[in-house]
Ligand binder design. Structure first.
Ligand code: ZN
Length: 443
């Protein structure tokens, strides 16, 4: 069976992406970017391990032109790049367990990748770039095995005009000036899904956020210094509150990029979140999003759903984190937030399954709110001590890995000492909205 055929099953929510015949262990990306003309030149070195005997493997790369492919560890007989799939054909069937080094040179104008829920990926700003790749935009800027279950470590180098600041995932390990350009190199040593890899380029200045257990940096245009400082004034306290509830912050640092542009929605990447200039306010709507994106570092990034149908494991949890922050900040208790959102949902159409919403509804607000209510119902059922122990255990066990709803349910059953399938059935697997159980405030 060809890699193209296997890919159809990799994840039905992102059809045509990913190849289950292999996994990537490491990406080393060396990129040069010219903002004028939005031109990217790249060299990607991937260390991959075959998971099945195969004569071919496929990578995802959209719109950019491949100029050269080299393979170490097997004989490459030919390659082709069609319909955003770079297929490598070997001279023979290569056995499972073989480790290959793939080196791919490419160039062109990056374009966002279309998908069932819109376009995602490398996006030009008025003066700079963001990568907002969830769920299928990673192929817009590097050749990858684009499935969320295939985590790898990364080194990302970007060379661009010295006027710009470059932010990517993880620790800045080198910044070297060469003529009028600067090369920025970041290392992400924790396993990362391709959609969570990011590059952010802009005329930013850096503000260090004091008081957090890990280094936290705010990148923003100079004109936004005061409003960004005010909007993110509680960032260190949020990290502290979530660390108490969910376990230690999962990565070595946290970067927040505030674009000079207006963005429709903020977005999480691994150890990085991106907000628009419009999100720099003290309003609850901005503050809840600041809490939401931060909480994805635990739920979504450290612990990642193996399949997009389990998206509630990211968005339901992040939405519930908003309500927990609401309570910690003295705005409204989680119970009050739950009641409010339950009332709203009761007047909305009850025609999706939160546990499998379908590709076009995976980011529907009902998945977020009802996903959060599922956790609230669980908390009411098992009590605060067991509930927060479950959340911390979930992150500890699966940090760096991928998960399913069935695993979460099994963990809850063990912690509660009884089967909770009935609870998950009515909240996740039936369309009608269940009644909301009562709950005392956090002790
Ligand atoms: Zn989210």
């Amino acid at each position: 069976m060809s890699a193209n055929a296997t890919s159809i099953d990799a994840d039905p929510y992102v059809p045509g992406h990913g190849d289950t015949a292999y996994g990537v262990d490491r990406y080393e990306l060396d990129l040069t970017y010219k903002a004028a003309g939005n031109h990217l030149t790249g060299r990607a070195q991937l260390t991959v391990t075959l998971d099945s005997d195969t004569p071919t493997i496929a990578l995802d790369l959209h719109a950019l032109k491949v100029t050269r492919v080299d393979v170490k560890g097997a004989t490459l007989s030919r390659w082709s790049h069609r319909s955003s799939r770079l297929t490598l054909r070997f001279g023979e069937t290569v056995p499972a367990g073989t480790v290959l080094t793939l080196t791919i040179a490419y160039a062109g104008t990056p374009r966002t990748v279309p998908g069932p829920d819109g376009r995602a990926g490398w996006e030009e700003l008025a003066d700079g770039v963001i990568v907002a790749a969830q769920p299928h935009g990673a192929p817009s800027w590097f050749p990858c095995n684009d499935r969320s279950a295939d985590k790898a470590t990364y080194r990302i180098s970007v060379t661009t005009d010295t006027a710009y600041t470059v932010v990517a995932n993880g620790s800045l390990i080198e910044r070297r000036k060469a003529g009028r350009a600067t090369r920025w190199t970041y290392a992400m040593d924790e396993p990362m899904a391709p959609y969570l890899a990011t590059v952010q380029i802009g005329r930013y200045e850096t503000t260090e956020v004091a008081g957090a257990a890990v280094p936290v940096r705010l990148f923003h245009a100079a004109r936004l210094r005061a409003v960004a400082g005010q909007a993110f004034a509680d960032q260190a306290r949020m990290i502290e509150v979530f660390s108490t509830l969910f376990g230690p912050y999962p990565f070595a640092e946290y970067a927040v990029v505030v674009t000079d542009d207006v963005l429709e929605i903020p977005l999480e990447s691994q150890a990085v979140s991106t907000f628009g200039a419009n999100h720099c306010t003290r309003s609850w709507d901005a503050q809840r999003l600041i809490a939401h994106e931060l909480s994805h570092q635990w739920f979504g990034n450290a612990v990642t759903a193996a399949q997009w149908s389990d998206i509630w494991l990211h968005e339901g949890f992040a939405c519930y984190a908003e309500w927990l922050w609401s309570e910690a900040a003295g705005i409204a208790t989680a119970q009050e937030q739950a009641v409010r959102h339950h009332q709203k949902l009761a007047t909305s159409a009850q025609d999706i399954l939160v546990g499998a919403p379908g590709a076009s509804d995976m980011f529907d607000d009902r998945v977020y709110k009802r996903g959060a209510l599922t956790l609230h119902a669980l908390r009411s059922e098992v009590g605060d001590v067991t509930f927060f122990a479950i959340l911390r255990d979930w992150v500890t066990r699966h940090h760096g890995g991928v998960v399913t709803t069935a695993q979460f349910e099994a963990l809850c059953d063990r912690a509660a000492g009884r089967r909770l399938a009935g609870l998950f059935d009515v909240w996740l697997r039936q369309p009608a909205l269940p009644a909301l159980p009562a709950l005392p405030a956090l002790p």
